[in-house]
Write a protein that binds this ligand. Structure first.
Ligand code: SAM
Length: 233
């Protein structure tokens, strides 16, 4: 069972980091501006990941989607252009401002409602799909399961998230740690065992109506992240 205190403490640290310390780096990484070769590998991996997560969702026309930890909003924009009504939430106000600035005026049939806040806040209501791309990589297995238990009762169809898989390579190389200078005190990435996470989901009484479906790892230079799809059983 997740302790909400550790989740809250972690969220507070991430807010400071993404809202202040790393805001410029994230702005740059998520743009098309030139970046170092290392960051190019991360950007390429994240582009592939975003594309794959969006591919895992069915046609989005009229669907309600939560982009949990939306950052600068790239996934929200594509989802909205495909017709989704996106609720884009991030705890870092500066990133949400940037996401609003970057979002095109014309989102075709879709729309995006941006919010600064906790992605787990029940006030955001119910969704057809929830996507959390690289928003849970700083949380423990128990906290990820806690997140799922929180959103699952308000989700009609699928939840897609990514986590940092525990691999020998990752144990030696934490991509955000390397990505930004040491002085930035990047919050730790917590590698999670895929098997342990899937087992913890399977035994959670609050997730009894759900099962793990697709899972796929993307490795691109300094970026390693694994996607997991949960669907209603
Ligand atoms: C690694 S970034 C990824 C951002 C975006 N999903 C992307 O792929 O570009 C993680 C984001 O999750 C946000 N985040 C972490 N915990 C959060 C929480 N509990 N509620 C809302 N946002 C959160 C951070 O502020 C940060 O912007």
């Amino acid at each position: 069972m997740m302790s909400s205190t550790t989740y809250d403490v972690r969220r507070g640290r991430l807010q400071t980091y993404f809202n202040a310390t790393a805001v410029d780096q994230w702005a740059q990484l998520t743009s098309t501006a030139p970046v170092s070769r290392i960051r190019q590998t991360v950007r390429a991996g994240r582009d592939r990941m975003r594309e794959m997560l969006l591919d895992w969702l069915p046609p989005l026309e009229g669907a309600r989607l939560l982009d949990a930890g939306c950052g600068t909003g790239a996934l929200s924009v594509i989802a909205a252009e495909r017709g989704a009504h996106v609720t884009a939430v991030d705890v870092a106000a500066n990133l949400v401002d940037l996401a609003k600035e970057r979002a095109p005026w014309d989102l075709g049939p879709g729309r995006i409602d941006f919010h600064v806040g906790d992605m787990l806040d029940p006030l955001f209501g119910a969704f057809d799909h929830v996507v959390a791309m690289d928003s849970l990589i700083h949380y423990s297995t128990a906290e990820i399961v806690g997140f799922l238990e929180g959103v699952a009762p308000r989700t009609r169809r699928s939840i897609v998230l990514t986590f940092a898989p525990q691999t020998p390579a990752l144990a030696a190389m934490h991509f955000v740690g390397r990505l930004f200078p040491r002085g930035d005190r990047a919050p730790e990435i917590l590698p999670v065992s895929p098997a342990r996470l899937i087992r913890a989901i399977a035994v959670s009484p609050k997730l009894s109506g759900w099962s793990a479906a697709r899972t796929e790892r993307i490795v691109s230079g300094f970026y390693t992240s694994q996607a997991l799809e949960l669907v209603r059983a």
